[in-house]
Design a protein around this ligand. Structure first.
Ligand code: GTP
Ligand code: ZN
Length: 358
């Protein structure tokens, strides 16, 4: 494969880089070309190719979520003579997957976004900070494999945004925390410097994600609260793209699924979210220390010294329990699936041996 793909400004604007080029070369069959999914619907996806936008039919992938393209995926296809002759080939292996266990208690994951490099967790400074929610969002971000960045939005409505940065910084070890205001533009350039590649914005409804996204995009491409209130139906135009190049570098990914992320359940990655606590716990005298009244507990000493708060230990325990429960449920589902597979295999074998005997 020549290097001409690398030079395609359209692909480059949509996140193409040397790594994707390598992945593509590794997986492409002769004649295949790469494209990135701008929007996917059942059986159809809008993609951007080196030559422009195209619409490609996708055969049903069944239950294999890795085989069905979603927004942000890189795919390969065989170009046809006409646009609708293009033949979908494959989804390239995803670098990151932002997902949550699906609602309704099933442990099957729901993919929210893929191939995201930076997850911006937006938390509003206009109301009271809800740390447990923030920790859940961070945990979801960490679990994806992308780099989390915290944006404290609506800094113009806070009397001391810098103290909020310090407060939230304690919840987010190793994460850039930036106070921003889409109203005044404060912190937006700092945020721009902290993000890279494909960027997804998550956070509670009304946190100011669209407003911040528009600031990064330099135009009103995302519908904000007020606009939606006026037209009442959001942005379901046929031209709607969920992947938008950011001037100066990067791509913003914005899907309805991401919007509705309610974070009622932690998506594991508790360890990263609480790396400070887990590191401390390694210093405890007993390896199974519950950080309660055990002698030589490093976590308790850190609390006494005021390095970490009792509240943080509480939310760590809570998220750990939830993550363990979730893992147990996933295990149970996997066991059930394997058993079903085994049963059907045994059934087929029995049928085959009966046939031989007949
Ligand atoms: N004061 C102030 N208000 C803001 C700022 N950014 C957004 N808002 C307001 O907050 C409200 C919600 O903003 P959106 O950008 O629509 O929030 P969102 O997170 O995209 O909301 P959802 O689409 O529901 O997830 C709107 O009324 C905005 O005008 C800001 O920096 N300062
Ligand atoms: Zn301990």
């Amino acid at each position: 494969m020549s290097s001409h793909l690398m030079d395609s400004p359209l692909l480059h604007d949509h996140g193409w880089n040397a790594e994707w080029q390598e992945t593509f070369i590794e997986h492409a069959t002769p004649g295949a070309v790469p494209a990135r999914v701008l929007r996917a619907e059942r059986g159809l996806c809008d993609v951007v190719t080196a030559d422009g936008q195209a619409r490609i039919a996708v055969p049903p992938g069944g239950h294999d979520s890795a085989a069905s393209p979603v927004t942000g995926d890189w795919i390969t296809f065989l170009p046809g003579r006409a646009c609708d002759d293009a033949r979908f080939l494959t989804v390239l292996p995803r670098s990151t997957v932002l997902s949550r266990a699906s609602a309704g208690g099933s442990s099957r994951e729901q993919i929210l976004a893929v191939n995201v490099d930076t997850v911006v967790v937006a938390v509003s400074l206009a109301g009271t900070l809800r740390h447990t929610r923030t920790e859940r969002l961070l945990s979801l971000a960490w679990a994806s494999g992308a780099t989390p960045v915290m944006a404290l939005t609506k800094a113009d409505e806070h009397s001391a945004p810098e103290s909020a940065v310090v407060e939230v910084g304690d919840l987010a070890p190793g994460v850039d925390v930036i106070a921003t205001s889409s109203r005044t533009g404060a912190g937006v350039e700092e945020l721009r410097a902290a993000i890279h590649g494909t960027v997804a914005l998550i956070g509670p409804s009304g946190a100011g994600k669209s407003s911040l996204g528009n600031r990064l995009l330099g135009s009103e491409l995302l519908a904000t609260g007020e606009v939606r209130a006026v037209d009442g139906k959001g942005r379901h135009t046929t031209a709607w793209r969920e992947l938008l190049p950011v001037p100066g570098g990067g791509v913003l990914l914005d899907t309805p699924g991401l919007r509705s992320v309610g974070v009622t359940r932690s998506e594991v990655a508790v360890g990263e979210t609480f790396s400070d606590l887990e590191e401390l716990a390694e210093q405890c005298r007993f390896s199974d220390c519950a950080h309660d009244r055990e002698p030589g507990c490093a976590v308790r000493s850190a609390i006494s010294a005021g390095w970490i708060t009792e509240r943080r230990l509480d939310s760590y325990r809570k998220l750990r329990r939830e993550a363990d429960r979730l893992a147990a449920r996933t295990d149970a589902r996997l066991r059930a699936e394997r058993l079903a597979q085994f049963k059907s295999m045994a059934h087929q074998q029995r049928a085959a041996s009966k046939e031989r005997q007949a």
